[in-house]
Design a protein around this ligand. Sequence first.
Ligand SMILES: Cc1cc2nc3c(=O)[nH]c(=O)nc-3n(C[C@H](O)[C@H](O)[C@H](O)COP(=O)(O)OP(=O)(O)OC[C@H]3O[C@@H](n4cnc5c(N)ncnc54)[C@H](O)[C@@H]3O)c2cc1C
Length: 293
Amino acid sequence: MRVKDLLAAGKTAVSFEFFPPKSLRGWEKLYGTIADLSQLQPAYVSVTYGAGGSTRDQTHDLITRLRKETALEIVAHLTCVGHSKDEMSRILDMYAESGVENILALRGDLPQDPTESHPTDFPRAVDLVSFIREKHPQIGVGVAGFPEGHPESRNRLEELTHLKEKVDAGADYIVTQLFFDNRDYRDYVERCTLAGIEVPVIAGVMPVTGRKNLARMAELAPRTRFPAGLLRAVNRAQSDEGVERAGVHWATEQVRDLLDQGAPGIHLYTLNNSAASLRIAESLGLEGLSSVS
Ligand SMILES: Cc1cc2nc3c(=O)[nH]c(=O)nc-3n(C[C@H](O)[C@H](O)[C@H](O)COP(=O)(O)OP(=O)(O)OC[C@H]3O[C@@H](n4cnc5c(N)ncnc54)[C@H](O)[C@@H]3O)c2cc1C
């Protein structure tokens, strides 16, 4: 089923994100995580697409396996920077043949070295959205949004204009970058509405699970504001377990508030661990996540 149709039920769709691991041990752990989290009946799960070609085949392998072995709805992330139209056609045909009904259309991060050339038929995510709509109109398409601003954006008003271009090109919904203060999400949703963007905005939530993980989040999402209350709780903790408890508590409160406010969707960045998501679900009395009221 397409995410657009899942969201049309009018309840909150809770979903999980996984990435294809690099080691055998990582794969074993991931399968355990998927088994744990499948019991919660998420609305869908998504699989990231490695930038730079490192994990692209693994993304496809994981998706194929999930399609064969589970009843989970799947969203395949797909980045377009560096791809030619021929390559992209092949990838999309392969996904369509595997029965993938949903793609999160992304540009991907540009190469770190500005002198490195990256010839591409798809300089921006909007080009991929249009291409999918043209070649595989039946596939559901989501796009990324950044409540606290995309790191490359010089101008937050123009950023919303570019987001609207993705929606006008055919995106069905937006999934946000992680954030820690729900006021930032609510304000973003309002700004989207004011910009004429009418598709659902799924809230991306990532629990802090350790001090190293906090530093990594700041690297991956450099615009993220870490509220003082969260940092105080992390600083008070005496151990990594203590940091995790504080981080999961914070994320639980975020999810509780998002549910109370009727957010259309909540996307949990799991980092391939089930513990935090299971604790959030348990604390909030969530048993089936496909459509929570
Ligand atoms: C939910 C989510 C999932 C993600 N999953 C992955 C993943 O699986 N793999 C991965 O590699 N990365 C992933 N990313 C990261 C993403 O690829 C990067 O953040 C990337 O830098 C931007 O991608 P985008 O799709 O937002 O690009 P775009 O929408 O193309 O935007 C990129 C920048 O260009 C600007 N822009 C757009 N159009 C114009 C224009 N016409 N003129 C001037 N500026 C313009 C935008 O405002 C923005 O600053 C994910 C991000 C999110 C939020």
